[in-house]
Design a protein around this ligand. Sequence first.
Ligand SMILES: *Cc1c(COP(=O)(O)O)cnc(C)c1O
Length: 370
Amino acid sequence: MRTPPSLLLAESESRHADAEWSRHALEVIQNDQRRSADTHLLRLDLPALVGIDLYLKDESTHPTGSLKHRLARSLFLFGICNGRIRGDTAIVEASSGSTAISEAYFARLLGLPFHAVMSAATSTEKIHEIERQAGTCHLVADGKGIYAAAEALAAELNGVYLDQFTYAERATDWRGNNNIAESIFEQMSREPHPVPAWIAMSAGTGGTTATIGRYIRYRRFATRLCVADPEYSAFFEAYADGNLQATCDRASRIEGIGRPRVEPSFVPNVIDRMMRVPDAVSLAAMRVLSRRLGRRVGGSTGTNFFALCVLASRMKAEGVQGSLVSLICDGGDRYGRTYYDDGWIAAQGFDLAPHERALEAFLAHGQKLG
Ligand SMILES: *Cc1c(COP(=O)(O)O)cnc(C)c1O
């Protein structure tokens, strides 16, 4: 009997040697997620703001202490499902610290070596956290050098550069799958004003604001997205002037947000408004909020909280009622030697007192801000 002629021109097969490992790795990450709870949406008690409700989603309660826990999980899932991360892959990342802490956690869970490339200005608390998770830290003098250094290290180790600044916006399922936006709207659903008038957030990779902005559009909510930028960052100029080549020569003093270049994950088209907040004002707001909550929050949470209060103050002035939501990005434990040290604040030339007074007056009596 003759074998029939092949109707194919050619055929090729790539044996995916690590299929079993990737099934195992996905299960490990999914089990870790199953053991985790969603983060709280805190409602602030502010009687002076009649009919205006402020909420903060507390991302500091993730196992690795910041909102980067979500991003790290997404980047590992993305890398494994794309076949880039395998059972013996060295993982490399460029980070200002928080992402590296969360990624070190997941790398350790999977038994993969992890290397963080960071600016030499990164706080010792963050470096210790990464080392505690068995990660290796590589410090470079110039913060702008972390991208190229991480790429070179990954090539040298034959590993994978996770590249949060490029992949944050696409590694997250922006239409749902319990992303941060879906969680916020679900947690708000039985509140007096279930659809927030505003969500305020700052940008590091820009990934969180991209997810929130896309989700708002996808679900056709009337919510507007306000992005707050610190003093030294390229994002504001990119948004206000449409200049995606904008750069900023000085390193941001608010850890986690503000970048020297416009990161690929920053999506200006889904942002309704941007504000630039002076660093001293961010740190004053951080301290005011920490006193209200009875525990310390990080600097970027101060930036977020101030933007939230400015929006609320304007709503009050216009006689508009509604809800506003922002994020506690991380706790203040990592900043004991900087933002919470009066000597450090004075050495920076910051005078926080007048800003703290203005914010306290707004929160206590509804006195107009700014
Ligand atoms: C990363 C980060 C942000 C900003 O989040 P992105 O999604 O990267 O824009 C804010 N605060 C802290 C502490 C962060 O680590």
